[in-house]
Design a protein around this ligand. Structure first.
Ligand code: GLC
Length: 539
C-alpha cells in the first residue's frame, strides 16, 4: 500500500483511552487470594504493581458479577453486585482505589444482550404469560408441530429457541439456553440496563467493554436466516445459516447512543464495543453525529488476518481508510475467546507481533498472559469447562486452552493459587512464567515493558499518524509521525535475514525486538533485520 496516512492525531490533548494501552484481565485465571482455585478481586489488587510496572494504562476486567458460571461470568444473575467467588463490593472499591492510586483506569465488562436464566428478572418473566417482566425477554409461540418460532441457531450449538414448560412458549437465546436474551425493545429493560451503567459509573469505573453488542436485536418478524452456502463440516454448526436477521440490526445504534450519553454525562469515560463484523459494518458502531457510538468498536481483524506482510499491510490500509473522520483506531491480537498468539504464529513471531500491536496507530489491547508468551493449553476431555466445547465437542471451538491460570512462577500451581486451579496450568518447565522472565533482560516480558515505555516517551507512537505502510518480501514497515518526529517500524515476519533500505541520512535505532545488543546507534541507509526481528528507528 502506498502512503496510506490516516487522519492526524486528535486536536487537543489525547484522551487516556487514545494514548494508553489496555490490558484484559480474565479474573478467574489472574490471581487467586483465598485458595479456592479461582482468581478474585483481592488477587487483582495484589498484582496491580505488576501491571503498573508493565506500563499499561487501563485494565478491562471480564465479568466479576454474581453468576451461575454457565458461561464463566457472561451469564449474569445480578448486574449490580460482585459474585462471592470474586469478593465483595468492598473488595471491588478497594481494588478500584488501588488501581487509581497507580494511575490505572478500570474498565468493566457489561453484558447487555442476555442475563442468566437465574436472574430474578428471568425467573419472574418465565413464571407466567402475564407477569410484569414477561416482555423483558423475547418470548414467542412455536410453529405448529412443536417447532421453534424460526430457524435461528445458538452460537454455542443447537437452536436459539428453548420451549419453556411453564407457559408453553419459546424464549430466544443467542448463546446458551441459560443465557436468555433481554428484550431491548422494551423501554423498561432499556431503563434498567442503563441504570446498571450508572451504578458502576457512580462508583468510579472508567468505562465498559460492552459484550456481544451485535446480538442486541433480532428481526421482529422472525424471518428465517438463509442457509450458508460456504458452511462445511468442521465449522461451527451455528454458521450453517447466515445471520442476516439475528445480528447487527438497525435498532442497535440507537441503544449504543443511549449508552454513550449515559457515560458522557460523567466525563472521561470510555465505551468499547465487542462486535465481530466486517470492517465497513464495524464502522457504523462509531456512531453518527446525531447518535454517538462507541469510542472504540473493537477491531478484531488482526486475529484472523493471514500472518504475512501483504495481508497485514492491506488490512491496515483498509481499516485506516474506512475510519470515519475523527474516529480513533484500535487493535486486538488476543482475548479470552481466541487462540493464543504464540500458538497461532509461534513464539518467535510473538515478539514481532508485540511490536506490531504496540506501534500501530490506535489503542492496543493486550490479553493477560500474552506478555509472557502463554500458549494454548490442551485440556483433557474430562477437565473441559467451556460450555461451547461441551456442546460442540472436537471442533476446536472450546476456549479453555486460552483461559488457563497465569503462571507467576514455576510449579504446578504457578503462584496462582494455593488450592486446586480451576483449569490446569500449562506443562511445567516451559519457562513461561512471570518470575522467570523478570530475571531475563531479553525476555518477551522485557520486550513488552520496553515497548510500552517507548510508547510513553514517543508520542509519535501513541498518537502520531501512520503512513508509508509497505509490504516488501517478508518485511512489513510503516512510519509513525508527529510534528517533526518520524519513526520507522520495520518487522521481519520471516525466518531469513532481511535488509530494508532507508532513504536519506539514515536514523537512530530505538528498539530491536530481540533486545539483543546496543540501541541508540546510527543506522545508515540499510537497516538489517535478523530472522523474526522487528525494529523501531527514529529519524
Ligand atoms: C462474548 C464473550 C464471550 C461470551 C459471549 C457470550 O463474545 O467475549 O466470552 O461467551 O460473549 O456472552
Amino acid at each position: 500500500m502506498q502512503d496510506g496516512a490516516g487522519p492526524d492525531a486528535p486536536s487537543g490533548s489525547p484522551a487516556w483511552w487514545q494514548a494508553g494501552a489496555i490490558y484484559q484481565i480474565y479474573p478467574r485465571s489472574f490471581q487467586d487470594s483465598n485458595g479456592d482455585g479461582v482468581g478474585d478481586l483481592a488477587g487483582i489488587s495484589a498484582r496491580l504493581d505488576y501491571l503498573a510496572e508493565l506500563g499499561v494504562d487501563a485494565v478491562w476486567i471480564s465479568p466479576v458479577y454474581p453468576s451461575p458460571m454457565a458461561d464463566f461470568g457472561y451469564d449474569v444473575s445480578d448486574y449490580c453486585s460482585i459474585g462471592p467467588r470474586f469478593g465483595t463490593l468492598a473488595d471491588f472499591d478497594a481494588m478500584l482505589a488501588a488501581a487509581h492510586a497507580r494511575n490505572l483506569k478500570v474498565i468493566l465488562d457489561y453484558v447487555p444482550n442476555h442475563s442468566s436464566d437465574r436472574h430474578p428478572w428471568f425467573e419472574q418473566s418465565r413464571s407466567s404469560r402475564d407477569n410484569p417482566k414477561r416482555d423483558w425477554y423475547v418470548w414467542r409461540d412455536g410453529k405448529p408441530g412443536g417447532e421453534p418460532p424460526s430457524n435461528w441457531l445458538s452460537e454455542f450449538g443447537g437452536p436459539a429457541w428453548t420451549r419453556d414448560e411453564t407457559t408453553n412458549q419459546w424464549y430466544y437465546h443467542a448463546y446458551l439456553p441459560s443465557q436468555p436474551d433481554l428484550n431491548w425493545r422494551n423501554p423498561q429493560v432499556r431503563q434498567a440496563m442503563l441504570d446498571v451503567l450508572r451504578f458502576w459509573l457512580d462508583r468510579g469505573v472508567d468505562g465498559f467493554r460492552v459484550d456481544a453488542i451485535h446480538h442486541l436485536f433480532e428481526d421482529e418478524a422472525l424471518r428465517d436466516n438463509p442457509a450458508n452456502p460456504d458452511w462445511r463440516p468442521g465449522m461451527s454448526p451455528a454458521r450453517r445459516v447466515v445471520r442476516v436477521h439475528t445480528m447487527d440490526q438497525p435498532e442497535v445504534q440507537d441503544v449504543v447512543a443511549a449508552m454513550r450519553r449515559v457515560a458522557d454525562a460523567y466525563g472521561g469515560r470510555v465505551l468499547i464495543g465487542e462486535a465481530y463484523l466486517p470492517i465497513p459494518r464495524m464502522m457504523a458502531y462509531y456512531g453518527r453525529p446525531d447518535a454517538p457510538g462507541f469510542q472504540l468498536p473493537f477491531n478484531f481483524h488482526l486475529l484472523s488476518a493471514p500472518w504475512t506482510p501483504a495481508a497485514i499491510a492491506a488490512l491496515i490500509g483498509e481499516y485506516e481508510a474506512a475510519l470515519p473522520f475523527g474516529a480513533w483506531p484500535n487493535w486486538v491480537l488476543g482475548n479470552h475467546d481466541r487462540s493464543r498468539l504464540a500458538s497461532r504464529i509461534g513464539p518467535a513471531q510473538a515478539r514481532v507481533a508485540a511490536m506490531l500491536l504496540l506501534t500501530l496507530r490506535g489503542t492496543p489491547t493486550i490479553y493477560q498472559g500474552e506478555e509472557i508468551g502463554m500458549v494454548d493449553v490442551q485440556i483433557p476431555p474430562a477437565l473441559v469447562k467451556d460450555p461451547w466445547e461441551r456442546r460442540v465437542p472436537g471442533l476446536g471451538l472450546g476456549r479453555d486452552p486460552v483461559r488457563t491460570p497465569m503462571p507467576w512462577k514455576c510449579g504446578p500451581k504457578g503462584g496462582f493459587t494455593t488450592g486446586e486451579p480451576w483449569l490446569p496450568l500449562g506443562p511445567a518447565g516451559t519457562g513461561i512464567t512471570v518470575a522467570g522472565q523478570e530475571r531475563d533482560p531479553r525476555s518477551l516480558l522485557a520486550l513488552y515493558r520496553a515497548l510500552l515505555r517507548l510508547r510513553r516517551t514517543e508520542p509519535a507512537l501513541s498518537v502520531g499518524s501512520i503512513g508509508n505502510v509497505r509490504a516488501s518480501g517478508s518485511v512489513l514497515s510503516y512510519q509513525r509521525q508527529l510534528g517533526a518526529r518520524t519513526l520507522l517500524v520495520a518487522l521481519n515476519l520471516g525466518n531469513e535475514p532481511q535488509t530494508r533500505t532507508l532513504h536519506g541520512a539514515g536514523g537512530r535505532l530505538l528498539l530491536s525486538s530481540t533486545l539483543d545488543g546496543p540501541v541508540g546507534h546510527h543506522v545508515d541507509d540499510a537497516l538489517r533485520l535478523g530472522p523474526n526481528e522487528g525494529a523501531v528507528v527514529a529519524f
